[in-house]
Design a protein around this ligand. Structure first.
Ligand SMILES: CC(=O)N[C@H]1[C@@H](OP(=O)(O)O)O[C@H](CO)[C@@H](O)[C@@H]1O
Ligand SMILES: [Mg+2]
Length: 499
């Protein structure tokens, strides 16, 4: 793929509390505008572990020869950073690296991860029949807002939406988007303090909401009962919706609820367009998807379960004509296969109703950022569906009732001793542990539990759900106890809450 541009995004998205915004990292975008192909992760690990310049050059040469890269051709890289202060220095280091390799760099400034993905795809499809849009931030906002306006034309005006911007880069993008939307969806931005040290993701943002299952305290005085709000994460690629009911009780509308809302809407549109025999819609989830969401979806369309991590979901979604994928934590998007996009463009509708549905589907392909999960694009998608269905948060929430669930971390001696199969839903090692978990889960009404090693932290995660809250908690802590007794770091340190 000579001459194509790749992307580098300097961000650590959501960070563990103890590291705060000092934590920083990098996401690499492939020439299609999508996540880095998994086989390249090994190269990234070797390069970042090189201790000296000589080791680094040696590792780089190994990558060049293994991947047969012709370094006489200039590399092209578009890069951006989020609002973390350390991003400035990291971008300077990146620029030094590009200069050392005589690569061509384009600085996209301070922007969201999904906008950078959009830019890579737009640059690489420029002046081709597959053009993804103008290769600028303006091109992105224009594309999304035009599609949104077409999709809500003639509908009831939407009530203002509160957005918790996590004090991150999403605040800048949401502010620009608000101008492009031009009152078609009034946005009220909160947690926009991007220059206040240590405020990023602090007591706000999508990760806070999902993990704490609670309203960001800063919204307590802002959100009126029945009003809907959403939270972005630190680089605006994750989205959580929520509302307070009449009694002021918090209700979370997470990635599973978004998948249910969106998938059902797309299935209806495909049917209304007269395409149900030709265009198959499917959903991809992980084992963390709430069991009630899987039941709701599986009654309507094919549902596939894959291993945790968006790369797995994205690739599985590519196997459907239209693939909807979301992690429960709010990261996801919808993919329309190239042949489906062609079919939509060439389909001759036989009735005015078919023609309208077809137009909506085509507009959805423009509204949805298909390169990667995009909180702002997903937010517009949710708003379109709510508008078409005349749903408030309450009606959306009542599509199905979440099963109470609990996630517990267990610190073990060696998390690599835990190996799984069946999309991480069953342990094959340590031997015998899975049957003990199954036996426990059977004792609870609606009980389901699984254990897997984290891919991002040095822990093993335990998930449990059951029909009753107290039972979900009990099952989780019992399984955590089993795991600890099998492989815990130190018996003296066994957490008291483990049963
Ligand atoms: C239970 C959970 O939320 N797991 C998260 C977490 O992965 P772990 O492998 O569980 O550490 O971080 C991933 C990257 O952000 C995210 O994709 C995933 O959903
Ligand atoms: Mg993120």
């Amino acid at each position: 793929m000579d001459g194509l541009t790749v992307g580098v995004m300097v961000t650590a998205s959501h960070n563990p509390d103890q590291l705060g915004e000092q934590d920083n990292g990098v996401k690499i975008v492939d020439p299609r505008g999508e996540m880095l192909e998994g086989s390249w992760e090994a190269h990234a690990t070797t390069l970042s572990n090189a201790a000296t310049t000589d080791e680094f050059i040696e590792a780089l040469e190994a990558v060049i020869s293994a991947s047969k890269i012709d370094i006489s051709k200039p590399g092209r890289v578009v890069y951006a950073r989020d609002t973390r202060p350390s991003g400035v220095e990291l971008v300077a280091a990146l620029e030094d690296g590009l200069a050392a390799l005589s690569a061509e760099g384009r600085n996209a400034g301070v922007t969201t991860t999904p906008i950078l993905h959009y830019l890579v795809k737009a640059i690489n499809t420029k002046n081709t029949p597959e053009s993804y849009g103008d290769d600028s931030e303006e091109g992105y906002f224009q594309k999304l807002s035009d599609a949104f306006k077409s999709l809500v034309t003639g509908r009831q005006p939407l009530e203002p939406l509160i957005i918790d911007c996590a004090n991150g880069v999403g605040a800048l993008a949401a502010n620009t988007l608000n101008q492009y939307l031009d009152k078609s969806l009034p946005l009220e931005l909160e947690n926009t303090a991007i220059s206040t040290p240590s405020s990023l993701n602090y007591a706000c943002g999508a990760d806070y909401v999902k993990t704490m299952q609670r309203l960001p305290p800063s919204l307590a005085d802002r959100l009126k009962p029945g009003q809907r709000a959403c939270s972005l994460d630190g680089d605006a690629d994750r989205l959580m919706y929520y509302y307070l009911d009449e009694r002021g009780i918090f209700h979370m509308l997470d990635g599973d609820k978004i998948a249910a809302l969106v998938a059902a809407f797309i299935v209806d549109l495909v049917k209304s367009a007269g395409l149900e025999n030709e265009v198959k819609v499917g959903v991809v989830q992980t084992a963390y998807a709430n069991g009630a969401s899987t039941k709701y979806l599986a009654g309507r369309l094919p549902v596939k379960c894959v291993a945790t991590g968006v790369k797995h979901l994205h690739h599985a979604a590519e196997h459907f004509n239209i693939g909807v994928y979301f992690e429960a934590n709010g990261h996801g998007t919808v993919l329309f296969s190239p042949s489906t996009q062609l079919k939509l463009a060439n389909h001759q509708p036989s009735t005015p109703a078919q023609s309208t549905a077809l137009k909506h589907l085509i507009n959805l392909t423009h509204l949805i950022n298909q390169t990667v999960g995009d909180a702002l694009s997903d937010m517009l998608l949710v708003e379109v569906v709510l508008s078409h269905k005349s749903y408030t948060g309450v009606e959306w929430d009542s599509l199905y009732v979440d099963l109470p669930n609990r996630l517990v971390k267990v610190v073990v001696g060696d998390r690599n001793a835990f190996r799984t199969e069946n999309a991480e839903r069953q342990l094959v090692s340590p031997p015998g542990l899975q049957s003990k978990i199954d036996e426990l889960a059977r004792r609870y009404d609606g009980g389901r539990s699984f254990v897997r090693p984290s891919g991002t932290e040095d822990v093993v995660r335990v998930y449990a759900e059951a029909v009753v809250r107290s039972q979900a908690d009990e099952l989780a802590f019992r399984v955590a106890g089993l795991v600890y007794d099998e492989a815990g770091a130190d018996p003296a340190e066994r957490p008291k809450e483990f049963l």
